[in-house]
Design a protein around this ligand. Structure first.
Ligand SMILES: *[C@@H]1O[C@H](CO)[C@@H](O)[C@H](O)[C@H]1NC(C)=O
Ligand SMILES: *[C@@H]1O[C@H](CO)[C@@H](O)[C@H](O)[C@H]1NC(C)=O
Length: 266
C-alpha cells in the first residue's frame, strides 16, 4: 500500500540511516515542498508500487514479495514535479522586428459635423480694371429739341454694352479701365434748324458735331480718341435754347448713334 506522508516524517526516518540519510536529506530539502510518495514504514514490508505505475497482471498477482535485502528498510521513490523546478523569470528579451501590417479595416462612419469656424481675414483688394475689354454702341429713335438748359442726349436702343459700362439711365459712358478709347457720333440734322452738340469728357467739351440750318437734312458725324482715367465720363450734350437746334430721328430708323471702345488699356 502507498501513502503520502509529510516531509518532516521522512527526514526523521532517514536520520536513523547515517550514510544514505545525508544524501537523501539534502535532496529532500531541495524539494522541500514537493509531495513525496513512499511506501509504508517498517511495520508493513508488503509489496509496493508507484502510484503512477499502470496496473498489470504481474503486479496484481505474482510479484508481491518484498526484496529480501530491503525488507528491513522502506523503499523510497520520489516523484519530482518538474513544474516547480522552474527558475526565476529571465531578463526581458530584445524587442523583435515589427510585424507586417494587418489588412485595412473597413471605413468608419462619418463623424458629426464640427462647429462653425471663425471668420477669416479679409483678402487683398481686387483689381478694379481686371476686365480688359470695354465697348458700347447705342442708338436713339426719338428726335430731340433744345430746352432752356444744356441737356444730355439719352439713348433708348442698345446694340452693344459690354459689362454695362455705358449707363443708359444717365446717358454716359463710365471708364472702368483706364486707357485710350475711340468714340464716334452719328446724327441726322433737322430741316432749317442748327445742329450743335458736343462730345463731353466729364464737364469739358472735347469735340463738336455741327451743321448750319439748311433746307436739306443730312447725316453728320464726329470721331475722336480720348485717354481716360478711372471713372471718367464721356457723353453727348445738346446746346441751350438760345440757339434753336435739334437732331432728328424717328421710330422707323435709328438716325442717332453713339459708339466707343477701348483701344488699349494703360
Ligand atoms: C506540479 O505542480 C503544479 C504547481 O504546484 C501543479 O499545478 C501540477 O498539477 C503538478 N503536476 C503534477 C503532475 O503533479
Ligand atoms: C471725371 O469725373 C470723375 C467723377 O467725378 C472723376 O473721378 C475724375 O477724376 C474726373 N476726371 C477728370 C479728368 O477730371
Amino acid at each position: 500500500m502507498s501513502s503520502i506522508i509529510r516531509i518532516d516524517l521522512i527526514l526523521h526516518f532517514f536520520s536513523t540511516l547515517p550514510s544514505v540519510a545525508v544524501m537523501l536529506e539534502a535532496l529532500l530539502l531541495l524539494f522541500f515542498s514537493s509531495p513525496v510518495v513512499m511506501v509504508p514504514p517498517l511495520s508493513a514490508p508488503v509489496a509496493c508500487k508507484r502510484c503512477c505505475d499502470p496496473l498489470g497482471p504481474a503486479e496484481g498477482s505474482g510479484d508481491q514479495r518484498a526484496m529480501p535485502e530491503f525488507s528491513h528498510i522502506p523503499e523510497v521513490r520520489t516523484f519530482i514535479n518538474m513544474t516547480i523546478l522552474k527558475g526565476d523569470k529571465g531578463d526581458r528579451g530584445d524587442r523583435g522586428t515589427p510585424g507586417k501590417g494587418g489588412e485595412q479595416g473597413s471605413p468608419g462612419s462619418i463623424g458629426p459635423t464640427g462647429p462653425q469656424g471663425s471668420k477669416g481675414q479679409a483678402g487683398l483688394p481686387g483689381e478694379p480694371c481686371k476686365v480688359q475689354y470695354s465697348a458700347f454702341s447705342v442708338g436713339r429713335r426719338k428726335s430731340l429739341h433744345t430746352q432752356d438748359a444744356y441737356q444730355t442726349v439719352i439713348f433708348d436702343t442698345v446694340f452693344v454694352n459690354l459689362h454695362e459700362h455705358f449707363d443708359m439711365f444717365e446717358g454716359k459712358f463710365l471708364c472702368h479701365i483706364p486707357g485710350i478709347y475711340f468714340f464716334n457720333v452719328n446724327i441726322h440734322t433737322w430741316n432749317f434748324k442748327e445742329t450743335y452738340l458736343h462730345i463731353m469728357h466729364n464737364d469739358t467739351e472735347r469735340a463738336i458735331v455741327y451743321a448750319q440750318p439748311s433746307d436739306r437734312s443730312i447725316m453728320q458725324s464726329q470721331s475722336l480718341m480720348l485717354e481716360l482715367e478711372l471713372r471718367d465720363e464721356v457723353w453727348l450734350r445738346l446746346y441751350k435754347r438760345e440757339r434753336e437746334n435739334a437732331i432728328y430721328s424717328d421710330d422707323v430708323d435709328v438716325y442717332i448713334t453713339f459708339s466707343g471702345y477701348l483701344v488699349t488699356p494703360k
